[in-house]
Design a protein around this ligand. Structure first.
Ligand SMILES: NC(=O)c1ccc[n+]([C@@H]2O[C@H](COP(=O)([O-])OP(=O)(O)OC[C@H]3O[C@@H](n4cnc5c(N)ncnc54)[C@H](O)[C@@H]3O)[C@@H](O)[C@H]2O)c1
Length: 249
């Protein structure tokens, strides 16, 4: 086991990439706190990983502050994410704010809460699951693109401020991963385009990738564990695409 005795907070740990990260980290000896807005999902993953569930809506920033008061974790996987599809001139401002709160403000609040403890123990790891939309724009995803670009910047600042205290911070920027979110979006895009979810996955989601397959959540989890390991001690302030060659084209 690479990380015995460490504690991790995995946001959105009840599903998809977050659940895979919780499983992989637990297998490396990490005590995992599975944070999710859905109690059943958080509890199920906590049960399977021998960790504990923390039910919080990351859109409620006061609740985030309250839930994290006094918490001590060594590893943060900022993973929870949501999507709203609309052209900017039609984007509901409340939805724009909600996406920014869940995906950018909440990670800041979490960092603010846990950094003092990490500094005191002289060890900490942040892994932010961003997206290729953290480096590229996209239509109908204005809030998501803005939030993911923002987290890429937040991560760099955590890396610079944390360097003297044994804290690293990195982003993993995936293209399309095989998760419930992807299938939900394929369904919604299919309705907009008047086609089938399968065609959206093959023609739209995999259109920009060189490898024409959805990525497995476990591949993201394996890289997350690596970024938390001693082997990645000098990897900080970076963003690593896992994109099937998307950005190479
Ligand atoms: N699936 C992909 O193809 C893909 C690609 C690139 C980046 N990502 C990013 O990876 C992350 C995880 O995506 P996924 O595909 O595993 O999604 P998912 O929908 O399978 O899981 C997301 C989890 O986050 C939780 N969550 C949502 N809103 C929350 C809130 N307000 N408070 C607390 N928890 C909340 C959900 O309940 C769910 O359990 C997201 O940030 C997403 O943007 C996903």
């Amino acid at each position: 086991m690479a990380l015995p005795g460490r504690t991790a907070l995995v946001t959105g740990g009840g599903s998809g990439i977050g659940a895979a990260c919780a499983r992989r980290l637990a297998a490396e000896g990490v005590d995992v706190v599975v944070l999710d807005v859905r109690p059943g999902a958080a509890q199920e993953v906590a049960l399977r990983t021998g960790g504990r569930a923390l039910v919080v809506d990351l859109a409620d920033l006061a609740a985030v502050d309250e839930a994290l008061r006094g918490i001590e974790v060594d590893i943060v996987v900022n993973n929870a994410g949501v999507q709203h599809l609309a052209l900017l001139h039609e984007f509901p401002p409340a939805e724009f704010t909600r996406l920014l709160d869940v995906m950018l403000q909440a990670p800041f609040r979490i960092a603010r809460a846990v950094l003092p403890g990490m500094y005191a123990r002289r060890w900490g790891r942040f892994v932010h699951i961003t997206s290729i939309r953290g480096v590229l724009g996209d239509v109908r995803k204005g809030a998501y693109v803005a939030a993911k670009h923002g987290v890429e910047g937040l991560s760099k600042t955590i890396a610079l401020e944390g360097a003297a205290h044994g804290v690293t911070s990195n982003c993993i920027a995936p293209a399309w991963v095989e998760t419930p979110l992807t299938h939900d979006l394929a369904g919604r895009q299919a309705e907009i385009r008047g086609t089938t979810p399968r065609e959206v996955i093959e023609d739209v989601m995999l259109g920009g990738a060189a490898i024409k397959e959805l990525i497995e959540a476990d591949e993201i989890a394996a890289l997350t564990v690596h970024l938390c390991s001693a082997a990645a001690r000098h990897t900080t302030g970076t963003s690593i695409p896992v994109d099937g060659g998307w950005l190479a084209g």
